[in-house]
Design a protein around this ligand. Structure first.
Ligand code: CUO
Length: 655
């Protein structure tokens, strides 16, 4: 534990004042006279990666400091991966930290932060380390220009300040009603972290295979779109319609966000036609890629790079399809199917300056930290979600036998407490947003954001086990909106695709009646707020100086929907949802010996380096179209009860 506290302390140092190389003097003690190539025995690859990066550095080819960084920029990504490869090949923590300190001083700050985060997440050496919330490390990507400008003034005038961060735009833009979701700092952390947990450039030679990465790509983004749709319905808006290449991009967007270095993020007016983007792709190329993928779905197989057929008309097809659409290194034929999703992000990011005439920096769509701010993000993901649905619709609907759990009856489901949401106010530090200098002292500067939150509640689930002995159940909980924005009830065939995953856990069921109480805070879909960087630093420093325990375990993973957002906003007078609860056979689904002990956010993020802990398709059993809803109505191990989600509009006034 003492070691962990010290490691944590070094990581804190490495990320603090990231743009400020004056503070590097604090780190000099770590790097010392270290030279990455001096002793190649410290690496598992005999220093090959260190050699590559050092050569780029010596040749002056690396991106300068104080310049924006985008993961979607091929060359910049290559550089970040070069550093990641040095770190992931370190045999010891000393090697890891000395290299990190060394390259922090020599590389672009954005590349450094990205490489360090991904390396800490994936290396065994990083176990137990809590990465600080990115909104306090690189605040520019999480807040707006107005707040940043005020922060600068506060620093210059040495006046501490706390600034209200408004949602982008005005009430004239109806999309602003749901900006609280797309601009939620915790949701953005979830999204960027998911992509760090499952990088599209990941190679298994880094240490392990990312199990069901393609399917997780589908599931996590499907859930983001489904959740966004429920937020829209809560605000009297239609569910999102898909984007299409041959249609105009309906919603414009003015980000009101700036780079620390590189100016403002580009804006896009309403209803612009898609333009070809120089050096990226033509609109026509995108249409061709899409039709190849739809063809594969219709055929039920894809063609790999050597011309072999891979059957996708089965429950694992979604995984291959996810790899192809994203696309990741796992794609069996990137030559033919391209990278529909990644290219689309760049295409959308560049629509403000498609021919590079105005020397604009990348758009919000070109960063996972900022992408969901733009309404076109959800249109794009709805478009891909519909492609995935096309595939799911080719699979046979589940039968009663498919979902049966013999001898197990779900007797009742009730909720303890009210399902009630409200907006809270949350403060985060902007100290790292402004320039640092020896001559100007730090002052306390922070932003106040308004975030959706909800009262805690629990599920009471009664299950009878009429088998002679103990059985293992998997409890699967979904919340599904009942009506569209016109008040028309969704058919089950439409409605299942809008279901939000609320929780999934294993429970051993004794013979007889089992009374299960499951708290909302235990959900395997969500994570708690990260401790602020300041708290993290002071806890760590205290633990180091007193050799005491650093108890931050529950914050280790920041992949997962913020627990505040577990419930959609709902309406003041209550909004109807169907709460779908299923108890299915856990022994057939589990991949670990003691699945009841699974903590953390395995439902959307799996377990590092291990099998995804549920053999069933993600979203099971609401992932497939079920034209005959008697399958669920008549299954004794499934229950659907109706609930209302209330929104307290006056919560802030009560405070
Ligand atoms: Cu997460 Cu498009 O994949 O943003």
């Amino acid at each position: 534990d003492a070691t962990l506290a010290k490691r944590q302390q070094v990581v804190n140092h490495l990320l603090d004042y990231i743009y400020d190389h004056l503070h590097y003097t604090d780190l000099k003690g770590i790097a010392g006279t270290f030279s990455p190539e001096a002793d190649t025995s410290i690496y598992t690859d005999d220093g090959a990666a260190a050699h590559v990066l050092m050569e780029e550095l010596r040749d002056g080819r690396l991106l300068e400091q104080h310049h924006w960084f985008s993961l979607f920029n091929t060359r910049q990504r290559e550089e970040a991966i070069m550093l990641f490869e040095v770190l992931i090949h370190c045999k010891s923590w000393v090697c890891f930290v000395k290299n990190a300190a060394y390259f922090r001083e020599h590389m672009n700050e954005g590349e450094f932060v990205y490489a360090l985060y991904v390396a800490v997440i994936h290396t065994d050496l990083g176990h137990g380390i809590v990465l600080p919330p990115l909104y306090e490390v690189t605040p520019h990507l999480f807040t707006n220009s107005e707040v940043i400008n005020k922060a600068y003034s506060a620093k210059m005038t040495q006046t501490p300040g706390k600034f209200n961060m408004d949602f982008t735009g005005t009430k004239k833009n109806k999309e602003q009603r749901v900006a609280y979701f797309g601009e939620d700092i915790g949701m953005n952390i979830h999204h960027v972290t998911w992509h760090m947990d499952f990088p599209f450039w990941w190679k298994d030679s880094y240490g392990y295979h990312l199990d069901r990465k393609g399917e997780l790509f589908f599931w996590v983004h499907h859930q983001l779109t489904a959740r966004f749709d429920s937020e829209r319905l809560s605000n009297w808006l239609d569910v999102v319609d898909e984007l299409h290449w041959e249609d105009v991009i309906h919603e414009g967007f003015a980000p009101h966000t700036s780079y620390k270095f590189g100016g403002e993020f580009p804006a896009r007016p309403d209803n612009v036609h898609f333009e070809d983007v120089d050096g990226v792709a033509r609109v026509r190329d995108m249409v061709i890629l899409e039709s190849r993928i739809r063809d594969a779905i219709a055929h039920g197989y894809i063609i790999d790079h050597s011309g072999n057929k891979i059957d996708i008309k089965n429950e694992h097809g979604i995984d291959t399809l996810g790899d192809i659409i994203e696309s990741s290194v796992y794609s069996p034929n990137v030559q033919y199917y391209g990278a529909l999703h990644n290219t689309a992000h760049i295409m959308l990011g560049r629509q403000g300056d498609p021919h590079g005439k105005f020397d604009m920096p990348p758009g919000v769509m070109e960063h996972f930290e900022t992408a969901t701010r733009d309404p076109s993000f959800f249109r794009l993901h709805k478009y891909m979600d519909n492609i995935f649905k096309e595939h799911k619709d080719t699979l046979p609907p589940y039968t009663k036998e498919d979902i049966a759990f013999p001898g197990v009856v779900l007797d009742s489901v009730t909720i303890d407490g009210e399902l009630k949401t409200y907006f809270d106010t949350f403060e985060f530090s902007l100290v790292n947003a402004v320039d640092q200098s020896d001559k100007v002292a730090d002052v306390a500067i922070s932003a106040d954001v308004h975030r959706l939150n909800h009262q805690e509640f629990s599920y009471n689930i009664d299950v009878s086990n009429n088998n002679g002995g103990k059985v293992l159940g998997t409890i699967r909980i979904f919340l599904c909106p009942v009506k569209d924005s016109n008040g028309v009830t969704f058919t089950w065939e439409e409605g299942h695709w809008h279901c939000i995953e609320m929780d999934k856990f294993y429970k051993s069921l004794a013979p007889g009646i089992n009374h299960i109480v499951r708290k909302s805070t235990d959900s395997s879909v969500t994570v708690p707020d990260r401790p602020s960087f300041n708290i993290l630093k002071s806890k760590t420093d205290r633990a180091v100086s007193s050799h005491s325990k650093l108890d931050l375990h529950k914050f280790e993973r920041s992949c997962g929907i913020p627990n505040r957002l577990l419930l959609p906003k709902g309406k003041a007078r209550g909004m109807d949802f169907a709460l779908f609860v299923g108890v299915t056979n856990g022994d057939e689904a589990k991949t670990v010996d003691d699945p009841e002990e699974l903590g953390a956010t395995h439902a959307q993020c799996g377990i590092h380096g291990e099998k995804y802990p549920d053999k069933k398709p993600m979203g099971y059993p609401v992932d497939r179209s079920v034209p005959d809803n008697r399958v669920f109505l008549e299954s004794p191990n499934i229950k659907r009860v109706y609930v209302k989600v209330f929104h307290d509009e006056h919560h802030d006034e009560h405070q």
